[in-house]
Design a protein around this ligand. Sequence first.
Ligand code: CAA
Length: 389
Amino acid sequence: MSANILFHLDEEHEMIRQTAGDFARNEIAPIAADFDESGEFPYETIKKMGEMGFMGIEMPEAYGGAGMDTLAYVLALEEISKVDAAHGVIMSVNNSLYCFGILIFGTEEQKQKFIRPVASGKAIGAYSLTEPMSGSDAGTMRMRAVRDGDHYVLNGRKSWVTSAPVADYVVVFAKTEPEKSHRGISAFMIETNQPGFVRGKKEPKLGIRASATSEILFEDYHAPVENRLGEEGDGFKIAMTVLDAGRIGIAAQALGIAEAAYEASLNYAIEREAFGHKIGEFQGISFKLADMKTRIEASRLLIYQAALAKQRSKTTGERFTLEASMAKLFASETAMFAAHEAVQIHAGIGYSKELPVERYFRDAKITEIYEGTSEIQRLVISRLETGLR
Ligand code: CAA
């Protein structure tokens, strides 16, 4: 029994959930451990996911997407992440951080040029906000974009860019008027095959190892004016709006990890015996399962609420910041909690690479960090609730 029942998933939603789950179990599960071990990018499965429409679920068919809604997106992402969170983040970044921002802020030409290849799975997108010296305090970025006739010349260094080593396009944020702080930031569409775009050092990571993360250097990169997203100075608002969408994706990724950790633990608790009993008969284990299950279902409700709020915003234009941050905060802490308990319930074998439980534990941690740490989510939620700063 799951909270899905509250939402009475209709045939279309049930179908995407089933399709994504089947794909993940049949195609991703057999390779997940090897790609985690090697840290290689899973081109083949990502290409297949693109062909199935998973890279632009919410994008209109006119731009190469699947034309579905936000609930469909989170259902599919949860199923993929339940099997492998690395595939989950690649999918989340393509859908939310990349395509969604262009859909909301792009011109018709930009939508055709930059959404279509990524939403249809022929190319990979990335989003680049963070710098070595500005993470949580995104407004203090140093990267510069200087207008020169019909171009901007971009110079600077970005870090922690998911999919940067393999991306064809990147949405990047740079200061056009440094003296104006966050109001002096603008957004640009970057084509990575152009001179001046340099892929930097690849990050060796604790988890989500099959997703590729690196620095990017801009060395006199020339971006045509028509590749600016929104107006000059709109960049910070674009970055934040897009992150609201991204945070719902990361929440769904975290839910998938938590569910995987829980299901493995439940099965183990029912099978494994100690002191002449199934270990699930001991409260030390069964109460852990109860807490995991309860937090997972609470996460699901927050995520579906956020998905509905985002869906509504497509017609009303209302922000869904609060719903997105609450879902991301709760689901990511649930993923870490569930993965931690899963290792403990499995004990020795949970610490071994024989089972994927240790991978869930390593993968869960990043959900509390990227697209805004848990501390940033608490700051966003409390500011919105109190009206204080
Ligand atoms: N939607 C629209 N506008 C927003 C907004 C939102 N969610 N949040 C803020 N704004 C607007 C404000 O209304 C304000 O507008 P005005 O200029 O008109 O006043 C402006 O943006 C500045 O807002 P704040 O004063 O609140 O800005 P701040 O400097 O205090 O910072 C913050 C706010 C919430 C801390 C923000 O900096 C933040 O979210 N930081 C975390 C950054 C982050 O998540 N980074 C992750 C990068 S992506 C990644 O992880 C890698 C990857 O590839 C996956």
